[in-house]
Design a protein around this ligand. Structure first.
Ligand code: OSB
Ligand code: MG
Length: 368
């Protein structure tokens, strides 16, 4: 296949509610949308870089730079055999997985469109509907958090993830656990603790959490291994896992027992599938994380989460959890705690172009 036109846009999409984690917050998302066109069809994909370098070093600004100055000019007009090989011309680029994943994941959709199959089918998905969870940001009061947890549990989410940070952790989580003794709960610290906090983190063991996500630094696999050896609660790694190699290292060291896969963070679907497979071989469960995606990125995450070893509910909530109005139709709606995996060719949902047009802040187009 050969890409004959690329179009990159930045859109601004307001969240219904502010989303806050230990290292920063979002009121709106600055989303890069990429459209790639080949003779066989077109694909829209989403860059998930956060607005500030508080999750990883990438931002929409660095991704725009890497995509428009290096990646897109290099892949335009060049034939490729399989989706991951679309990135062959830019193998020399170090880092910037989210920018690169935007192109790699779009290439999977071009291939799905060419074959007339769904993205899920192309990736090897085995489920037509996927149980999902929800991530609740830091709230100003515990009462507000309780209110939100209650309404999201009532809505049917299969996993409730609660953001924590030093000073807002054990006591706050205990209130939730006391109110909802059987709820599937977990916590996400987004790298806000150090090994010196191990005694505090050990107190989580009384709360019957499914896991604690990324308690320590994003490069601290050794420290995570020491922490995991001293607490019962399974550690799930998010920020620390950027590749299959990181995953193997983490599992060998015992840095965690569960892996969160975000395809953007690991450079695309090729890498996501390798991580999925090597975890499956070792009996390590994985689940699909989220970056507050629009319906475009959500479609990709859902397709990935239809693979067999995604045995825990991911952070793939329904559209209305994030947006007043999504940019795709149909929007993603949860039924009995699950999202239906689109079965139409490609991403299986359609962009609402009028809406995308009105949200666009900049646009860059090249063709051959
Ligand atoms: O750590 O999983 C995270 C959102 C932005 C950055 C990092 C994270 C998150 C979430 C939200 O937890 C997950 C979602 O998209 O619903
Ligand atoms: Mg996380």
């Amino acid at each position: 296949m050969r890409i004959r036109q690329v179009e990159l846009r930045e859109i601004h999409l307001r969240l219904r509610d502010r989303f806050e984690i230990s290292t920063g917050g979002w009121d709106e998302r600055r989303i890069l949308l990429l459209r790639m066109e080949a003779e066989e069809g077109e694909a829209w994909s989403e860059c998930v870089a956060a607005e500030a370098p508080n999750y990883s070093y990438e931002t929409p600004e660095t991704a725009w730079h890497i995509l428009t100055d290096y990646v897109l000019p290099a892949v335009l007009g060049v034939g490729f055999e399989s989706p991951p090989s679309v990135l062959e011309p830019v193998r020399w680029i170090k880092g910037h997985p989210m920018a690169l994943a935007t192109v790699e994941m779009g290439a999977w959709v071009l291939e799905a469109v060419r074959r007339g199959v769904s993205l899920s089918a192309l990736l090897g998905g085995t489920r037509s509907s996927v149980p999902v969870g929800v991530s609740i940001g830091l709230q100003s009061t515990d009462d507000e958090l309780l209110r939100q947890a209650e309404s999201l549990l009532e809505r049917g989410y299969r996993k409730i993830k609660i953001k924590i940070k030093p000073g807002r952790d054990v006591e706050m989580l205990r209130k939730i656990r006391d109110r909802f003794p059987d709820a599937p709960l977990m916590a996400d610290a987004n790298s806000s603790y150090t090994l010196a906090d191990a005694p505090r983190l050990k107190e989580l063991d009384d709360l019957d959490l499914m896991m604690v996500e990324q308690p320590l630094g994003f490069e601290d696999l050794r420290e995570h291994a020491l922490l995991q050896a001293s607490i019962r609660t399974p550690i799930c790694l998010d920020e620390s896992i950027r590749s299959p190699g990181d995953t193997l290292l983490a599992l060998e060291l015992g840095s965690g027992r569960i892996i969160n896969i975000k395809p953007g963070r690991v450079g695309g679907f090729g890498s996501s599938r390798s991580i999925h497979d090597l975890c499956a071989e070792r009996g390590v469960p994985v689940w699909c994380g989220g970056m507050l995606e629009s319906g475009v990125g959500r479609a990709y995450n859902l397709a990935l989460a239809s693979l067999p070893n995604f045995t825990l509910p991911g952070d793939i909530s329904e559209s209305r959890r994030y947006w007043e109005e999504d940019i795709v139709e149909p929007e993603f709606v949860m039924e009995r705690g699950s999202l239906v995996v689109p079965q139409n060719p490609g991403i299986g949902v359609t962009l609402r172009m009028e809406r995308v047009e009105s949200l666009t802040r900049r646009r860059w187009v090249r063709s051959v």
